[in-house]
Design a protein. Sequence first.
Length: 464
Amino acid sequence: MLLILGVALNLGLLSYYKYGGFIVQIVNDIGNNNIQWTNIILPLAISFFTFQQITYLIDSAANRVKHSDFVEYIVFVAFFPQLIAGPIVHHKEMMPQFRTIELNVSKENLQVGLTLFIIGLLKKVILADSISDYVAPIYDDAADGTVTFFQAWIAGVGFTLQIYFDFAGYSDMALGAARMFGIVLPMNFNSPLKASNIIDFWSRWHITLTRFLTDYIFTPLSIKATRKTILRKEKQSSSTNSAGFITCLAIPTLVTMFLSGLWHGAGYQFLVWGLLHGLFLVTNHGWRMMLPYFISDKKKYERLFRPVGLITTLVSVFSAMIFFRADNLTIATGMIASMFGLNGITIPEGVFVHLGPFADLLLNIGVGTDYTAGSQLTYGTLYCIALLLLAIILPNSLDMMRNYNPALNYSLKRNERDELFFNNKLTSLLIWRPGRVWAVICGAGFAVGLMSLQKLSVFLYWQF
């Protein structure tokens, strides 16, 4: 009873602050009403610390919290490096570290922590914020009318890269800030754009949120459905029949991702984003289930189709991210239509006149011209390509810091096994070692990062 009351209280406060306006909007849309909702200032990171408290309540009820008092509870919930945007941690991961922490400053922890923090700062202010200059105007234009085919793709790819480096940067800064105090946080971000399928993507993107949703929503729903399936005397293995697949895997996945979309934002477009990823995951699981019937040589299949899987995953993520960024569902659907050529394909006039003989060929296949800024399209495209190559080819900060336990649950072997472009030589070349070279690099990077803070920087996770 106390667990239900505690969880209900936390979800009630979250619903009031974050979803009150959206609930009123739904009521107005269904009943054609005109109920007004006063805008409420959203407490920073309310979704994160709400989930953090729910994990504490559930772990306590399951007797996984062996000893705790009010001070420990406050430290667990309010530890500032992971308060704003995660990771969402378990009591068992953090409290043993807090209880054994040394009061004296560790040179190694300070070096590792500062390096991670500086890498994260540069990802945020140099990479994420700079691509915003090409992405934000397109979404502003989409609110006033239709965007072109290439604008829609820059919007989808560009915003994915913006939020990728924004969250990657924040995750590194959280790890670094905690490490300076001698605390090692769980890994929360592990190069998801290197994933060759959408299941792998969600095991790399916002890892602790995926773990939370799996443990507390998907698994209970799946277990309940499996028990009902067994009671109906169907086959126990849900992977061998379509009914079991639908009830024990597909429906729990769709419900979980629907709630994931709702967690990320109060709006119809976030629900669609969550459902799209749910459909992607169900399709991926279904493909895995059917694969043994068609493929005999698994190694050959992986070698040939992993590049196809990478491209398919990227296109799926890019297109779904339109719904995540757009202000409403109408704008998002219009941009998706442009993205897949349903509103025609055009090239800026300023670019078209420089194409020479290719211009006539494009005209013959139906490609027209428009009067959007050719330079904005060119620079935006080149910037997206450059950032995408950085994301999928270079080792991430955890790989670079692999010799110094950068995060809980990190495994270099997993990345080496699962990544298409993993390069041991490149990773070894960029591996971090304490010394003058890295001190100079980090010092220069920190100076550049501080100077870049003078301009306006959008914090993408304020609404979460």
